[in-house]
Every structure is written in structure tokens, then in C-alpha cells.
Design a protein. Structure first.
Length: 253
């Protein structure tokens, strides 16, 4: 038996002795045994009530706080994701997208408030962004090679994200990681990208479209989080906005 267990036993015995002394002295001085029994009985009746409060009310509060703390950590993890991969992936796909008008509103994100973010997230959820890679056939191989190289270089990072069991709590982010891994796998299995014809490129467009839609949604969600909790961090994201051709990382005003 370790010292900690011994201390608990000694403390418990001390408390029992104190209870006997307190109630015994009460009986010796006042001589009212019925009052003591009634008092103890009444308080014993509150034990189930205390258990009920602790088991349901307090446990629910603790679980909610733990979940909020976990989601906060996941939101912070998204910062690493966009720094390592997300921003570069958005830039590559946005540059190639034929339907740039579908993301034109994201250019003015520096002027948004919390309500604007909420409205945009709802819009992205209900109306997927149009995406088609506008790449000439002669430039298709280079475009796909650059995309494959980006994903291969960050494959270990993505796999490390999957090992985080808490990611299951964020369904959209989990879907994004799965979509990226699928696109990576599609490109990895095409050893010679020069053989990608129009039909095959159309299939890859579907995979890129899936990634792009979830990626943009998570990007807006991440900026909403920064705007609310870390406003000093959002300035860099705005200055490197992939949807703003005039954006510059250098502070000019």
C-alpha cells in the first residue's frame, strides 16, 4: 500500500472519530437522541438528491466545457493546416478556376463582421461553388504535376492529422481531409500525367471540385473564428487572401 492510500485511510478514520465525538458530545450535553437521529435521517435523504445533481447536471456542464475546449483546440489546429497546406491549395485551385465570379465576394472579406461570415457560410452550405479547372491541354500536365507535388510533400502532415481522434468531432474538416487524400491518391496512381485526356481530366475536375468547395467553406469558417477570437491573426490572412489579386503580404497602410 502506497503512502497516498495510507493517508486516505488515516483521514477517513479521523473523520469517523470526529463524527462520533461531535454527535456523542451533543447527546451528552443535550440528551436529545431523537433530535440527532432526525437530523442524520434528514440529511441522509439529501444524498440521492446530491447524487442526482452531480450525475446529471454537473456532469453535463463538465462534458460541455470539455467539448468546447476540444473544439477550440481543433480550431487552432486549422491554423496549422492552412499554413502548411490549405492556403497553397486554395491558391493553386483558385488560379485555375474558370468560374472566378463564384468567389468574387470573398475579395472583400476584410470588411466583414460576424453576421457576414455566418451568411457566407450558410450560402456556401446551400449553394456549392462552381469549379472547373480552366487549363489548356498543353499546360494540363504541368498543372497536375504541381498539384501532385504539393499533396505528396504534405502527405505526412495530412496523415498526422488523421491520427487525431478529435477530428471526428468536426465533420466538415474530416470530409475535407478525406477529399484531399482521395485527390492525392488519384494523382499518385497516374504515373504519366501526360496521358490524361479530356475525359480523365473531367473526372479529376470532379475530385478537385469536391476539395475546393469544402476547402473554401473551412477557410471562411477559420477566418470567422480568427475574427472573433484572434483578430490580430486575421490581418495576415486578409493580406494573403487568395481570392484578391491585389492582396500583398506587405503592410502598406
Amino acid at each position: 500500500m502506497d503512502e497516498h492510500e495510507k493517508w486516505k485511510i488515516k483521514f477517513s478514520l479521523l473523520m469517523v472519530v470526529l463524527i462520533i465525538i461531535i454527535y456523542g458530545s451533543n447527546y451528552l450535553v443535550l440528551g436529545d437522541g431523537e433530535h440527532i437521529i432526525s437530523y442524520v435521517w434528514t440529511h441522509l435523504g439529501f444524498i440521492p438528491v446530491d447524487i442526482l445533481v452531480v450525475a446529471f447536471l454537473l456532469e453535463g456542464i463538465i462534458e460541455r466545457k470539455e467539448k468546447e475546449a476540444m473544439l477550440e483546440k481543433l480550431d487552432m489546429l486549422m491554423s496549422t493546416f492552412f499554413s502548411e497546406l490549405g492556403n497553397d491549395l486554395i491558391t493553386q485551385l483558385s488560379t485555375a478556376n474558370r468560374h472566378k465570379a463564384s468567389t468574387a465576394s470573398l475579395k472583400s472579406i476584410k470588411n466583414w463582421d460576424d453576421e457576414d461570415y455566418e451568411d457566407k457560410l450558410e450560402e456556401l452550405k446551400n449553394s456549392p461553388i462552381e469549379f472547373t479547372a480552366n487549363i489548356a491541354p498543353e499546360n494540363r500536365e504541368k498543372f497536375l504535376e504541381d498539384l501532385r507535388e504539393l499533396l505528396v510533400n504534405k502527405r505526412e502532415f495530412i496523415l498526422n492529422l488523421i491520427n487525431n481522434p478529435n477530428l471526428l468531432e468536426k465533420e466538415e474538416f474530416t470530409s475535407l481531409i478525406n477529399a484531399i487524400l482521395h485527390l492525392d491518391e488519384e494523382l499518385e496512381h497516374r504515373k504519366d500525367l501526360a496521358l490524361v485526356n479530356d475525359i480523365d481530366f473531367g473526372h479529376l475536375n470532379g475530385d478537385m471540385n469536391r476539395v475546393y468547395n469544402i476547402l473554401v467553406h473551412e477557410w471562411v469558417y477559420y477566418l470567422k473564428y480568427l475574427n472573433k477570437h484572434h483578430p490580430y491573426m486575421i490581418a495576415l490572412m486578409i493580406r494573403t487572401n487568395p481570392f484578391d489579386e491585389d492582396a500583398s503580404v506587405y503592410v502598406t497602410e
